[in-house]
Structures are given as structure tokens and as C-alpha cells.
Design a protein around this ligand. Structure first.
Ligand code: NAD
Ligand code: GDD
Length: 328
């Protein structure tokens, strides 16, 4: 029999790619989101536009016992969105309501289990002060001290999914994503993350010009390409391990190094101008010991290989916008 999947947040970056992947595997897929995917036609068999904060809408879309349910819908963005403090109440209220509603409805419909995308933003700030030596081992989560309300909501929701496992016999799976990037992700407008922002700035700069970077550029991160994020997501969902587990890359770089790689891909020599901006933690890197042990798999692709594909796509978006502006 054809397997069925529900993807919440299917109009977003990861959800849109996940729908394509599940279609390639032969699933019948229902996507759900506030909006259709902005950059490509959805490949979902059925796409419901609606608000997952609305319990009635949630009941309507969970009209069967889906084989797999992926809950990716959230009010989220990069540092420019989650670290300014301006959206804290919305982020906490919107994302928590979605998770509360979807768990309740899925449990009542006897859905076996759900996948939930938590974030590395739930790790304690005090373990991420040294840019060269951050600690993001799964068991370092407590005592909790995330540096953003976004991170606190993720921590609450992780606990909620695992409580449904204990009290309702569900088989929910929880991943902690570490900064996912790739084509068809948000690349402008304020919610974009560093890889997309840097690709956009480099694409817009002329050779010999400058790019603006928030902070001194010595803060560190690791970035995971979308294809490996999907691989980890699907492997975890179908495994016997509930998590939480990191799904991220261990190739940690400074933001200055990120800019250098993208400039090199673009074939441009650029001056870095460091300006004030929202910074988040000083250092963050995925710790992949647990995923390796539990799933017998961990991400291995290089940052550069993912950035080549991402830069190519963002450069095309930038050029398209410039051509449209000229023609207008
Ligand atoms: P995204 O913003 O592209 O996708 C999220 C989608 O959820 C959006 O399309 C949005 O419209 C939808 N949504 C928000 N509120 C909704 C509502 N009330 N009803 C229906 N849909 C709603 O983000 P993404 O990068 O695809 O992230 C997917 C998930 O992974 C999120 O839970 C996010 O917090 C988590 N995550 C992502 C990253 C990353 O680097 N991309 C890192 C850590 C965790
Ligand atoms: N977004 C962005 N744009 N960041 C920049 C820029 C810029 O132009 N210039 C420098 N940075 C710096 C930020 O100041 C931050 O220190 C670092 O690059 C990384 O920023 P982001 O990629 O925006 O976010 P993050 O890594 O702090 O958090 C992201 O990853 C989490 C998971 O690891 C966010 O997307 C979270 O939502 C996500 O959960």
C-alpha cells in the first residue's frame, strides 16, 4: 500500500525539500503551511493552506493515521529575527501553540509518532562563550540556559514530544538542527541566516568592493547542507532512537572564513566591513558522537560543496531581481 506522510511547514525551506524527497520515495504527501512554497511549485499531492495555531484546522488536516508526520512549522528566522527581542512573544506563542495542537490531534488520531525539529539554540549560553571550544553535546542541555526565547520554546516543545512518548505510548523523534542551508531557503527580508545572507552580499558586491558582516567575524558556527539534513531527519524518524540528537555539521568555521569561502566561489576579492548587529552565541558546533552511535550515520559533506550550490542559486535570484528592476 502507498505510504502517507504529513509535512507541516511544507511552504518553508526544509519542509519544501522534504516533500520532494518523500515524493521520490513514493509517498502520498500532504503539505500544510500558511503559504505555498515561494520559490518552486509544491510537489505535494495535496497542499492545505491554513493556520496550525487553529485547533479546528489541525483536526481537519489530520484526517487519517499518516505513516509519517513531520512537524517543521515554526515562527523562526536567523540572528536578525530571533536575537533582536522584537518577536519574542510571537515566536513563543506561535510555535508552542502549533506543537500543542499537532501533538494533541495526532495522539487522538492514533498517529504512531511524529518528527519534531528542535534547534541547537536550546543549548546553554554558558557553554558557547568560547568560539574555539563550544560544547553542544546532547547531555549538556541541562541546567538549561538558552540565549533566546526561540531556544526556550524549542526546549519546552522537545519535552512535550517526549512526554507524549512516555504518557501516550507515541514514538516521537526529536532532532536538534544546527543551521541548515541550501537553495530555496530564505535569502533576504530579515529572516535569512548567515550562509544565505553572505551569499547575497557577495553576489551583490562588485569585485574589489566590500561586504558588511555583523560583529567582528570571529564568532563560529557550523552549517549543514539541506540534503544531509533530510537524510538525518528521515533516518531518525525511522529508527528506534527517540533523541534528542544533533543533526548538524562538525565543520566549524568563523563567519570571516564563511565569507572567504563564498568570495572564493564567486571569484571576487572583497573587503570585510564589520558592523554592529545581532550576534547570538560566540561559538557553536555540532557534536556528532551520539548520532554516529545511534544511527550509524553522520553528516560528512564539506561546507564548500554545499555553498557552491547555494551561491549559484542565490546569485541567480539576485541577478533576476536586478534584471526585473531594470526592466520596470
Ligand atoms: P521556514 O521558516 O522556512 O519554514 C517554517 C514554515 O512554517 C514557514 O513556511 C511558515 O510559513 C510555517 N508556519 C509558521 N507558522 C505557521 C502556522 N501558524 N501555521 C502553518 N504554518 C506555519 O524554516 P525552516 O528553515 O524550513 O525550518 C523548519 C523547522 O526547523 C523549524 O521548526 C525551525 O525552527 C527548525 N530549525 C531550522 C533550522 C535552520 O537552520 N533552518 C535550524 C534549527 C531548527
Ligand atoms: N543572519 C545573518 N546575516 N547573520 C550574520 C550576518 C548577516 O548579514 N553577518 C554576520 N552574521 C552572524 C550573526 O551575527 C551570527 O553571529 C552568525 O552570523 C550566525 O547567524 P545566523 O546564521 O543568522 O544564526 P545562528 O547561527 O545564530 O542561529 C541559527 O541557527 C540555529 C540553529 O543552529 C538560526 O537560524 C536559528 O533559528 C537556528 O535555530
Amino acid at each position: 500500500m502507498t505510504k502517507t506522510a504529513l509535512v507541516c511547514g511544507a511552504g518553508g525551506f526544509i519542509g519544501g525539500h522534504l516533500v520532494k524527497r518523500l515524493k521520490r520515495e513514493g509517498f502520498w504527501v500532504r503539505g500544510v503551511d500558511l503559504k505555498f512554497p515561494p520559490f518552486a511549485e509544491t510537489e505535494a499531492d495535496d497542499f492545505a493552506v491554513g493556520d496550525l495555531r487553529d485547533q479546528y484546522f489541525c483536526r481537519q488536516i489530520v484526517d487519517r493515521r499518516f505513516d509519517e508526520v513531520y512537524q517543521l512549522a515554526a515562527d523562526m528566522g536567523g540572528a536578525g529575527y530571533i536575537f533582536t527581542g522584537e518577536h519574542d512573544a510571537d515566536v513563543m506563542h506561535n510555535s508552542a501553540t502549533i506543537n500543542l495542537n499537532m501533538l494533541d490531534v495526532c495522539q487522538k488520531r492514533n498517529v504512531r509518532g511524529m518528527f519534531y525539529s528542535s534547534s541547537a539554540c536550546m543549548y546553554p549560553e554558558h557553554n558557547q562563550m568560547d568560539p574555539n571550544n563550544p560544547n553542544c553535546a546532547e547531555d549538556s542541555a541541562y541546567p538549561a540556559n538558552p540565549d533566546s526565547e526561540y531556544g526556550w520554546e524549542k526546549l519546552f516543545s522537545e519535552r512535550l514530544y517526549l512526554a507524549y512518548n512516555r504518557n501516550h505510548g507515541m514514538r516521537n523523534r526529536v532532532a536538534r538542527y544546527h543551521n541548515i542551508f541550501g537553495p530555496e531557503g530564505t535569502w533576504d527580508g530579515g529572516k535569512e541566516k548567515a550562509p544565505a545572507a553572505v551569499c547575497r552580499k557577495v553576489a551583490q558586491a562588485t569585485n574589489g568592493g566590500e561586504v558588511e558582516i555583523w560583529g567582528d567575524g570571529t564568532q563560529t558556527r557550523s552549517f549543514l547542507f539541506i540534503e544531509e539534513c533530510l537524510e538525518g531527519t528521515i533516518r531518525l524518524t525511522r529508527s528506534d532512537f527517540e533523541g534528542p540528537v544533533n543533526v548538524g555539521s562538525e565543520e566549524m568555521v568563523t563567519i570571516n572564513q564563511l565569507v572567504d569561502i563564498v568570495a572564493d566561489i564567486a571569484g571576487k576579492k572583497l573587503h570585510k566591513k564589520h558592523i554592529p548587529g545581532p550576534l547570538g552565541v560566540r561559538g557553536r558546533n555540532s557534536d556528532n558522537r551520539l548520532i554516529g552511535q545511534k544511527l550509524g550515520w553522520k553528516p560528512s559533506a564539506t561546507l564548500r560543496s554545499g555553498l557552491e550550490k547555494t551561491y549559484e542559486w542565490i546569485e541567480r535570484q539576485v541577478r533576476g531581481n536586478q534584471e526585473r528592476a531594470k526592466a520596470a
